[in-house]
Design a protein around this ligand. Sequence first.
Ligand code: SF4
Length: 193
Amino acid sequence: MNRRQFFKLCASSTATSAITALGLMPGEALAAVREFKLLRAKETRNNCCYCSVGCGLLMYSHGSNGKNAEKSIFHIEGDADHPVNRGSLCPKGAGLVDYVNSPNRNHFPEVREPGTNEWKRISWNEAFGRIARLMKQDRDANLIEKNSDGTRVNRWLSTGMMTSSAQPNEGAFITHKFARSLGLVAIDTIARN
Ligand code: SF4
């Protein structure tokens, strides 16, 4: 090494030390392994809401339960222990986390009055009262009690009902009994949405 090379080496060592002393070097090596994203997450089991297959899900949320922790689901995957899907999900189910966090998702009841294109937010109590009142009005006006032969049929054809497709047997039984006891014929589930 000649004299000129020696001075260059000293100058570059001094500059590197100064940068480190100023805190400009990262604390961890750049090649450090990224932390596993589900570490410390809270795991919750659920069922996919989309269709009657009823695939099992594992939903992961920030789970410290601390007051300053953001409560949100950030990852959803198929439940490998679930007897229906054994960990697999179809494309609809695999996109559930985007549905859960969608800015277009409704979080409260809304009503669009006849003749307007404006959606107005209402309370759950208003919504339940309104639904019950309108159902009764429509049923009173349109229930077909007897057919042309005079046989009692009690059909209510002017209203339909959309139910959940992710209910257990007991919930589906009660829903079905409720709808049929009113005379509803048009019943469907969200499976075909
Ligand atoms: S929509 Fe897909 S993931 Fe959801 S229950 Fe049906 S088959 Fe399973």
